[in-house]
Design a protein around this ligand. Structure first.
Ligand code: FE2
Length: 217
């Protein structure tokens, strides 16, 4: 069993980081602690086999949610076998995710539960979806996957040039939400989250401005 770290006052627990493409790139997953055993695992992890006991000690997993295809891992099937927790993804990511693991159900845009909302934010992938969770203490945490993530301290996006306008519209959509914190799956350089509604708005608007320029994000 490996250590799973509490964050945000224990509302979230972070699985160990992995380095899929070298030391500068880190990815991770999180367990959201929800009442009555409805814990949700966001993203995927290559460390999942070593985390199952730790997840069980935290109350297990009810559902697995991914932002897009790159977070689908074989470990998702281990979680499904252990806890009976199906993986959900956007319908446009289903085919790609299903090449890696079993997909239980799909979503589009809108509420998934009383406290989790899917916000379709295409650009990185056609079905990339940010997931907004209102914690039991009222904090609104946005799981951005690698739609919006920190690279060497600056919050940015990873897109093909032809998807620049689409991504800009997706970030604009996020500025219309009240978001207290950003929790990505991907980090280039230091692992960091962004807390504070004003800081989140500033980071989104700065990236939107950069996306209006012909090059450079
Ligand atoms: Fe990705």
């Amino acid at each position: 069993m490996v250590a799973i770290q509490p964050l945000f006052g224990g509302a979230l627990h972070q699985l160990p980081c992995e380095h899929p493409f070298g030391n500068a790139v880190q990815t991770t997953a999180y367990l959201a602690i929800r009442p009555e055993g409805g814990n949700v695992l966001f993203y995927g992890s290559g460390h999942m086999a070593d985390c199952l006991d730790g997840l069980e000690a935290l109350g297990g997993v009810w559902r697995q949610l991914v932002n897009h295809r790159d977070e689908a891992t074989p470990g998702a099937d281990l979680v499904k076998e252990r806890f009976g927790a199906p993986l959900w993804c956007h319908s446009l990511e289903r085919e790609a995710c299903a090449q890696v693991c079993h997909v239980g159900d799909t979503f589009e845009q809108g509420p998934l539960t009383d406290d989790i909302e899917a916000i379709h934010t295409p650009g990185h992938c056609p079905g990339s979806t940010c997931l907004l969770w209102q914690t039991p203490n009222g904090q609104r945490i946005l799981f951005t996957g690698d739609t919006f993530y920190p690279s060497k301290g600056r919050w940015t996006v990873a897109i093909a040039e032809e998807h620049r306008d689409q991504m800009r519209a997706s970030l604009q959509k996020l500025t219309r939400e009240h978001i207290d914190a950003l929790v990505p799956s991907l980090f280039i350089g230091e692992v960091m989250w962004l807390e504070g509604a004003d800081a989140v708005q500033d980071a989104l608007k700065q990236c939107i401005e950069r996306l209006k320029a012909p090059k450079g994000r």
